[in-house]
Write a protein that binds this ligand. Structure first.
Ligand code: HDE
Length: 668
């Protein structure tokens, strides 16, 4: 089955690996590309060197403005396939016709940092998907967290100014751990729920392949009879939900700032295509007011236990980009790109987003024709009377470029709804013009509490540590006190612990919301655990028993676990392959598990440091040692959960441990 978008992109692709003469942009062949034209070999450079001028001018303009938010991102192509027709809810063809394979392009991103910032910072992750449907592009421009910091789009510039590096110093990069962010939180209690998510392990994913995606806003689905249902969109990763630990995330920022983009690229390159299932939460219009929160409020989830997520299809990312700039950088998503059968709700955050995206893209992509850039083009035809402008790529023929016209038989002509024309849902709207917030948006803390209540105790501990870290980085005592005051509305004990750690006063009055409600779907402890695509470092200390090593590596590969052999030097093994990395090149934070093999009396310090760091990050560690003494004196506690002695035992428990991933019960 060919992918329509791939076919379309091929038409615009120049394969620079093919033999071809070097030419100017005008097609003139170049004889010399290393020396500029001079008046004499030691003389001045000449203005008439058109090749030099063209090359340098293009270079001077290679960079375009980066996105104000979500500047750092990585993209990939793929497909979406529907499991069952959703015609009861929507008329969108890609959600009703199960035989369709819809091309998609996804861009993942961090929000705060600039384009060159590190991947593993504590941040929200953007999860934007462009569906190239036969009825036009549908963009699901979501995040990996289901709520947002603010309820009304007019506050977005304020929020972004607060979280971005501070204007006087341009510090910090890729972090919300600073005064202006926490000052904003202290003054804007509607952000309490989102702050819980941001301080949770969700903000430091192990892999982009292991995080959920959410459309966040309430949208509408419209069926062929014009009936509407409210809907929230979810992406559920087939590999489950997994995170880094904070210390590890910070170290990776230095060891491999490209950790996430590399991980995504490698997985796709190796044919380990990441997959997500599309889930829908659906509420009939007549049930709009049956909840103890407003379903239009983007700081609220619809708990999955109350409104189940219906799994309707699967997205597979199966092709890396050919050129980062042309595709990942130039892609332009817009929450207003919808197709017939999908419509908006009155969520005031969504409504404001509908303005912002085209506006910002006009300056980022240089003019009004960026929909013609190959990555942004729909796969279906697009024809209208819009003309000219910077970077017009299409040569429009004919005399008329207006509607209505008689000279061209009124072409292009609007079509009826029955012929596939988009019709806005005819919602009855009746109200006064007013600047304000609905009273139904006022409960800021119940769901923050719901989130906190739903976490496993180790997740709660991580969250409290993150709060102490972040608020602790603030310089203003007032900002810290105000931040703790917000926590005091969510959970008194949490606020108390953070206040104690930071040495700031806890408010006298307890304003904690008293709900004990839990939503198990919110805890990552209840996720799927797999060995697939995990990475093991096999640490050599001396010459290994290669017979044994081969058996172990075969067992790892059988479970789709990749391994890297690490030793003091790169060298060939006798018959089990090659040492791939040295202790200097590799780093324990870049692996999920460790197997230390030694037949020496002593174990070299770098190898011990590997397993000590792995131990500290709760990862599984196996060892096969002829002399166990050195490890007994290391910081690895041998009787701890997730530590395996392969000297006398089989590898299977270690493999189960790799699937489990982390041993939170371990005492460090
Ligand atoms: Fe965005 N957002 N956003 N946002 N957003 C942008 O558009 C904006 C919001 C999201 O990979 C910008 O082309 C406003 C929520 C993603 O290219 C900008 C508001 C959610 C991406 C913009 C929001 C998102 C963006 C910056 C509040 C989750 C990256 C560059 C009303 C549902 C897309 C650009 C990519 C990007 C505006 C809030 C997701 C400035 C005004 C909520 C994933 O237009």
């Amino acid at each position: 089955m060919t992918n329509k978008k791939d076919d379309q992109l091929k038409k615009f692709t120049i394969n620079t690996e093919n033999q071809a003469p070097l030419t100017t942009n005008q097609g003139v062949k170049i004889t010399e590309d290393e020396f500029s034209l001079k008046a004499g070999l030691r003389g001045p450079t000449l203005m008439e060197d058109f090749h030099f001028r063209e090359k340098m001018t293009h270079f001077d303009h290679e960079r375009i403005p980066e996105r104000i938010v979500h500047a750092r991102g990585v993209g990939a192509h793929g497909i979406f396939q529907l499991y069952e027709s959703l015609d009861a809810f929507t008329k969108a063809d890609f959600l009703t016709d199960t035989s369709k394979i819809t091309p998609v392009f996804v861009r993942f991103s961090t929000v705060q940092g600039s384009k060159g910032s590190a991947d593993t910072v504590r941040d929200v992750r953007g999860f934007a998907t462009k569906f190239y449907t036969d009825e036009g592009n549908f963009d699901l421009v979501g995040n990996n967290m289901p709520v947002f910091f603010i309820q009304d789009a007019i506050k977005f510039p304020d929020f972004v100014h607060a979280v971005k590096p501070e204007p006087d110093t341009d510090i910090p990069q890729g972090a919300s751990a600073h005064d202006t962010f926490w000052d904003f939180i202290g003054q804007n209690p509607e952000s309490a729920h989102m702050v819980m998510w941001l301080m949770s392990d969700r903000a430091i994913p192990r892999s982009l392949r292991m995080m959920e995606g959410f459309g966040v806003h309430t949208f509408r689905l419209i069926n062929a009879n014009g009936e509407a249902h409210f809907v929230k969109f979810h992406w559920k990763p087939k590999l489950g939900l997994h995170s880094l630990v904070w210390d590890e995330a910070q170290r990776i920022s230095g060891k491999n700032p490209d950790f996430h983009r590399q991980d995504l690229y490698d997985a796709i390159d190796q044919g380990e295509y990441p997959e997500w299932e599309l889930g829908l939460q659906i509420i009939p219009e007549e049930n709009e007011h049956q909840f103890d929160f407003d379903i239009l409020d983007p700081t609220k989830i619809w708990p999955e236990e109350d409104v189940p997520v219906k799994i309707v299809g699967k997205m597979t990312l199966n092709r890396n980009v050919d050129n980062f700039f042309a595709e990942t950088e130039q892609v332009a998503f817009h929450p207003g790109h919808v197709v017939p059968g999908i419509d908006f709700s009155n969520d005031p955050l969504l409504q404001g987003r509908l303005f912002s995206y085209t506006d910002t893209q006009l300056s980022r992509l240089g003019g009004p024709n960026f929909h013609q850039i190959p990555i942004n083009r729909p796969v279906c035809p697009f024809t209208n009377n819009q003309r000219d402008g910077i970077h017009q790529m299409i040569i429009h023929k004919g005399q008329t470029s207006y509607h209505r016209n008689a000279l061209n038989n009124n072409q292009p002509e609007p079509v009826s709804v029955n012929q596939g024309g988009y019709e806005h849902h005819q919602e009855k709207v009746d109200g006064r013009k007013i600047r304000g917030r609905s009273e139904s948006f006022r409960d800021f803390f119940s769901q923050a509490k719901l989130f906190y209540n739903s976490l496993a105790s180790y997740e709660q501990q991580h969250l409290k540590n993150a709060l102490s870290f972040e608020i602790g980085k603030c310089k203003s005592e007032m900002v810290k006190i105000n931040a703790v005051a917000i926590l005091n509305h969510i959970d008194r004990q949490m606020a108390q612990e953070v206040a104690n750690t930071l040495g700031v006063p806890l408010p006298k009055e307890n304003y904690e919301v008293t709900s004990t409600k839990k939503s198990p779907a919110l805890s990552m402890a209840n996720t799927i655990f797999k060995t697939d695509t995990k990475k093991v470092a096999i640490l050599l200390n001396g010459n290994p028993d290669e017979e044994q090593l081969r058996k172990w590596t075969m067992a790892l590969l059988e479970h789709k676990i990749a391994y890297t052999i690490v030793d003091q030097k790169i060298h060939d093994l006798n018959y089990t392959g090659r040492v791939n990395e040295t202790y200097e090149i590799a780093d324990p934070t870049l692996f999920d598990a460790f197997l230390l093999i030694s037949n020496e009396n002593d174990i070299a310090r770098p190898a011990l440091e590997f397993i000590e760091t792995g131990f500290k990050h709760y990862k599984p560690i196996a060892f096969a040692l002829s002399h166990p003494k050195p490890i007994e004196f290391s910081r690895v506690k041998l009787n701890s959960a997730g530590v395996y002695d392969l000297t006398s035992s089989v590898i299977d428990p270690f493999i189960e441990g790799i699937a489990k991933g982390r041993f939170w019960e371990r005492q460090l």
